[in-house]
Every structure is written in C-alpha cells, then in structure tokens.
Design a protein around this ligand. Sequence first.
Ligand code: KG4
Ligand code: ZN
Length: 402
Amino acid sequence: MKILGIETSCDETAASVVEDGVKILSDVVVSQIDIFAEYGGVIPEVAARSHLEAIMPVVNKALKDAGCTWEDIDAIAVTHAPGLLGSLLVGTLTARTLAILHNKPLYATHHLKSHVYSNWLQGAGVADVSQRRGVRSAAARGVAPAARGARPLGRELPKANGPAGRAPEREISDRTPAPMFPLIALVVSGGHTQILYMPAHNQFEIIGTTQDDAVGECFDKVAKILGLPYPGGPSIAKAAEAGNPQKYKLPHPNVKGLDFSFSGLKTAVLRAVQKELSLPISHPSHDLKNHLTPEQVADFAASFQKTAVDILTEKIATAIQAHPEVKSIVVAGGVSANQLLKSTLETYVKNQGLAFFCPDPKLSGDNGAMVAAAAYYEIKSGIKPTDPYTLNIYPRISIESH
Ligand code: KG4
Ligand code: ZN
C-alpha cells in the first residue's frame, strides 16, 4: 500500500510516498528556516504564504521521485492538528482537494503521533540531509512564481541506486525490528515536550507534559540570548562541541512526577550570563551576546545542553520506574536530532534492558513520511478515512483527545 503523506503544520512544506508504512519511496522537504533565521522565529502569516507557494511543487516532486502516478497512490494522509492555523489550512485544503479530485481515501493525523511513527520508518540512508534546502519564499524575495519552476526542491533520493529515484532495496532490511508495545515515547519538539504511554498502535496516554515552554523552544530562546542563529537546537549543539559542559551549574526544575518545566532553565541561563558579565538584571537581554566571548558562548551552550539532556533523561528514568512493563523507549520530534540526548538516553535505556528507538536525524524534524507511516497504522487498526468535504483543523488539540 502506497500512501502520500503531507505535512505543513509549522514551517516545513513536506510530502512523501511511503510503502506499507515503512519504506520511504520519496521524501521532499522545503524548509522556511532561512526566512525565519532573519527574524529569530516563525511568523505564522509568512509561513502560511510560503506553504501555499511550495505545496504543489512539493507534492508533484514526491510523486515523481517515488516513480508514482496518482493511480499508484492508495491513500492520502495529512496533518490536521496541532500546529499553526494558516499552515495547517494550506496542507489540509490541498489534501482534501487532491482526495476529491483523485478519489482517494483521506486520513487526518495528529502531528505528535506522526513524530512517534517516524520510529517505524526504515529510512536510514534514503536521503542525504545535507541536500536539504531552505527554499526562500518567492514573496520574500520578490520573485515571480514562474521563475521558480526549475528550482530543485527538498531532498533528493540517491538515483544511482534504484530506478526512478526509488530507495535501494537493501534499505528495507537495514533497520532493527519495530518498537515493541507497551512503550514509552518521549516527544520533544519546538512546540511540545511530552511523555506518552502507548500500550498498542494508536493508543496514547499523556503521562508527562511541560507546564510552560517546550524543550525545543528553550533551545531556541537560549540560542537567542547567546547570539546563536535560529533554529537554536542545531546551533547550540554545534557551539557546545567546543564548550565545557561543567563550566556553569544550572538548576534542575523542581517539578514532581513526569511533568516538565523549561522556562526556569531559560531564565537561569539568562541570569548566569548576566552574572558572568557582571551586568545588572536590568541590562537588555538582546545585548548580552555582544559582550560574550566565543569561549563563554561555547561553555554556556554545552552547560545548557547537558542540563536539558539530564532533565529529560531523569524523567525517562522515572517513567520507566513507574511502568516496569514497558518494552521499548522511543524518542521523537525535532530535538531527537540532538546527539547528546540520543547517546545519553540510549545508554541509559539499554542498561535497563529495554529496546531504544530514535529516528535518523533526517526524519527527526517535520516530514511527510512520518505522516504516511502514522496513517498506515491507522488503516491497519481499522480506523476509517475522514470526509474530505468536512475535514477540520485543530491547532491545539491534544493527542489524547484526537
Ligand atoms: O519537530 P520539529 O521539527 O518542529 C515542531 O514540531 O516543533 O522541532 C523543531 C525544534 C526546534 O525547537 C529546534 O531548535 C529543535 O527542534 N532542534 C534541536 C536540534 N535540531 C532541531 N534541538 C536540539 N538539538 C538539535 N540538534
Ligand atoms: Zn514537529
């Protein structure tokens, strides 16, 4: 079964064709990162307009790379919750129209569920993330849409290895077995930080959530204080390579149970920077970066990253204690690309005798393949398709009430 997955919940326009929920035939992602780097964050209206320009070229390229025509596609899947209202609208209206036009069943998925299902994809080696291009919005550059016709979009498949851009056959057997239930999923993205208990496919219980900022948001805000570019996660990880993670002692928030709080950690970094620079707390935070040496930036990045990773690992340890029956731990969402998080959690989880799953960094951020994978397991569970004439969007709905 071949499913076309469409993802536009935030600032990536993505589409992918996935076979049987695991095999990625194409994976196209157009990132708006270079637009928002200038502003230090996503501007919803600009994101929606950029999706509108990119969505059809992205969908067409996903079909072409997969060597598929519409006849080959068995179903369409799209993210309809949660996310930015305008961004979700572009993806869902596109998917609804295509489903009606081509008479395909339509599945509407929850974004966090899709992130979790990225762990079922056998995508390692399919695409090279270094080819991921942020295609600047034509509106922002004042370029007429027609002028962009020849622009290559997103990630290319290694054509030399297979016909019509298909992933080489060996990749389907590369991957370790799928996660086993019951499992605990740590979802760490720019908008969410949650621990989910999953007894079986399509069943989610939120057992921990953040009381304020998401951990990805915290990476982004700390990066801003340190003068590192948006998005903050990758730039903090890079700066941290040269830093001493023990240099600055940052507090762990005192939150009971499995919940998180990350806004205090961001403020703790701010105060530590002010103290290090002997500047008063009234000093404008946007100016602090102008006083920091590269060495201080690296040490703050490393100390912050280690503290964030330790907090997440401690919560997973508590979750495992509370649920000794779990067989696997899976990590998902943009922050799961963080190598320190991945290696620290992997060591801990494997020492507990549990299986550990973390998506390849190519699949940790937003992509269409995870949407298709999530829909595939909905179909396998007997969930019925949605009505393309009435499908709605839910910018804030939780995974439990979805
Ligand atoms: O899942 P995602 O691509 O979008 C949302 O659904 O929010 O996650 C984006 C978040 C951003 O906050 C970004 O800074 C963070 O993921 N991120 C990272 C890394 N790569 C991306 N955080 C830490 N380390 C990374 N290597
Ligand atoms: Zn996401």
